[in-house]
Design a protein around this ligand. Structure first.
Ligand SMILES: NC(=O)c1ccc[n+]([C@@H]2O[C@H](COP(=O)([O-])OP(=O)(O)OC[C@H]3O[C@@H](n4cnc5c(N)ncnc54)[C@H](OP(=O)(O)O)[C@@H]3O)[C@@H](O)[C@H]2O)c1
Length: 339
């Protein structure tokens, strides 16, 4: 039997439930393509799943939603033109017909469907997009899930305009760094928070206007003062939630928008609804995105020739070190894995 190497999650728990092993080579069906992966990337989702902190977990499974590589075979003769193409993979599967929200069949590549932490992956032909030529394989693999989520949060849900002020929380995260780069390229003034001083300094080097450490006692005061000098914060992009989420309602200017797509720090302890309605704040949820969002995200990166921030590159067989880095929260940008 033909086999390939993959990182397989056999049970939920901790990193020891993952193993690098030989698995059966995927069998391609009609409408699908086999991509030989040149690089993959981690998302916090992978780590949530390992811990059992995710809905409807099915094991065994090959994790991984981000990937870039070469199409090596297809299920239909009519798709043979794809063979040999260098591609990035769109990880939203079966989004559905409504661009405002995904339908009930929506899935994310990498559970329950086998994902990209492998030598090969099978995806629908409709989920492969030409890799922008200016990106390396590692850089291309950094874009899919994070770039899509950040693009929809910033532009589709958040409606960010040139010259507006946007605050991005937890800037070290994979999605957050991609959001920062796109917001800067769009001409917005960017403010960030982080729990790490050195990550704020890296964001300053990238071009942000102001950063504050959310662990500092006077962080809120500093953010408020900085925001005042810029005329107030128009948009906040948050994936942390937690007890700091309430402060966002105080920080945003009247009529501003808050887009949330995650709860890394859990649910807010309380939410001041009076502040929300009196300030006419839009509180907007967001999750990944449609094929059009993906296409527009790739086009945005290409037109501005944005290079994603790569934190560190690991060999797939060293997956445990890569996961440990995410578990420790020390990354700035995307963690890459190469078969
Ligand atoms: N709904 C969706 O479609 C969707 C898509 C992608 C991601 N997400 C969610 O979004 C979150 C980020 O994903 P990711 O892949 O970018 O994760 P990641 O690379 O692991 O980044 C997580 C980041 O969270 C920040 N953080 C931790 N505690 C924080 C706090 N109390 N306040 C502010 N920031 C805090 C940290 O930033 P600092 O180190 O700078 O402090 C850390 O780097 C996860 O919860 C993930 O599940 C949701």
């Amino acid at each position: 039997m033909k086999t390939m190497k993959a990182v397989v999650l056999r049970d939920i728990g901790n990193l020891e439930k993952l193993s690098y092993e030989d698995v059966g080579f995927p069998i391609v069906k009609s409408g699908e393509a086999v991509v030989c992966l040149k690089a993959a990337a981690l998302n916090h989702r992978d780590w949530w799943i390992v811990q059992g902190l995710y809905a409807k977990i099915k094991v065994p499974v090959i994790l991984g939603s981000d990937g870039a590589g070469e199409v090596v075979s297809v299920g239909d003769p009519k798709d043979e033109g794809f063979i040999g193409q260098q591609v990035v993979i769109h990880p939203s599967l079966s989004w559905g017909d409504n661009s405002r929200a995904q339908g009930k069949d929506f899935r994310i590549l990498g559970m329950p469907d086998n994902g990209t932490l492998a030598e090969y992956v099978i995806v629908p032909v409709s989920n492969i997009f030409e890799k922008p030529g200016y990106l390396t394989d590692d850089e291309a693999a950094a874009l899919p899930l994070g770039g899509l989520t950040a693009y929809r949060a910033l532009f589709v849900q958040g409606k960010l305009q040139k010259n507006e002020v946007v605050l991005i929380t937890g800037i070290g995260g994979g999605v957050a760094t991609l959001a920062m780069l796109m917001a800067l390229a769009s001409g917005a003034k960017v403010m960030v928070t982080s729990g790490h001083e050195e990550k704020i300094q890296r964001a300053v080097k990238a071009g942000i206007a102001f950063g504050s450490n959310y662990n500092d006692e006077d962080s809120f005061k500093k953010l408020t003062a900085a925001a005042e000098t810029y005329g107030g914060i128009d948009l906040i992009i948050d994936s942390a939630g937690g007890k700091g989420f309430g402060d966002l309602l105080a920080l945003i200017k009247p009529g501003g928008r808050i887009v949330n797509f995650g709860a890394t720090a859990g649910n807010p302890e309380s939410l001041d609804l009076r502040k929300m309605f009196w300030k006419q704040i839009t509180l907007q949820g967001s999750t990944m995105g449609t094929s059009d969002d993906f296409k527009n995200m790739i086009a945005f990166f290409r037109s501005h020739e944005i290079k994603p921030v790569i934190d560190k590159v690991f060999l797939l067989k060293d997956f445990a070190h890569a996961f440990q880095r995410m578990k420790d929260g020390i990354q700035f940008g995307k963690i890459i894995l190469k078969p």
